[in-house]
Design a protein around this ligand. Sequence first.
Ligand code: FPP
Length: 251
Amino acid sequence: MIAALNPNGEPDMTTLLAPPRHIAIIMDGNGRWAKARGLPRAEGHRQGTENLRRIIRACVEFDVKVLTIYAFSTENWRRPPLEVRLLMTILETVIDRELKELNDNGVQIRHLGRLDQIAPALQKKIQYACDFTQHNSRLILNVAFNYGGRDEIVQAIRRIVADGVTEDKIDEDLLNRYLYTGDLPDPDLVIRTSGELRLSNFLIWQAAYAEYYFTPTYWPDFDKEELRKAIIEYNRRKRRFGMTDEQIDTA
Ligand code: FPP
């Protein structure tokens, strides 16, 4: 469960908040975090990776059921080759180092995105991590890696056509089932760190009715207390899903 904060900024256990079921995060600002400290970008990514551990733990503690992280976009291939290599190595190292602890804590790892352009050894590792944790249910951790929202929709349409689905069967539910997240609830809360105000091709279908939370904090500094603030703000929002206030109040 997650407690609100009292006027002194301490957790107030008498006021518990409903956690979003599904949180999606654009973990942005590792490079600027490093630059602001006169450090190499690689150090920013290292600290960003450390922070990811903290946020996964916090999500388990706050009883969030699905966490989706944007780790590498289909557009990130345009970065300098050395940095692309570094991001690939980070995922490899995270799997090697963290898989056991994630599994012990009931985390189920899933991959969102295309495996085909990734080096075969890393593909295998990703597949192994997903298979190894597939029966866990405390937290589903979707790792969007070589992921793009537009590409996801294109791939879904290709598979719908390949399956010979006829025009009259095509509706939103069907398309939804063909996405990587087909069996999961849509994100309730999308967080982007580092002050950028855009979605950058992340879950563009699934986040149609999400609440958005943008913060200037760079990802390595977005800790458990920052996450609590985002969830408190989420609890203040009134979600109408196209309906009126009156309809929501009587529902
Ligand atoms: C944004 O910082 C972050 C990324 C491109 C992804 C890197 C994410 C991590 C290192 C966390 C864990 C990663 C994995 C693979 C599990 P940026 O480089 O865009 O920062 P900038 O916009 O300030 O340059």
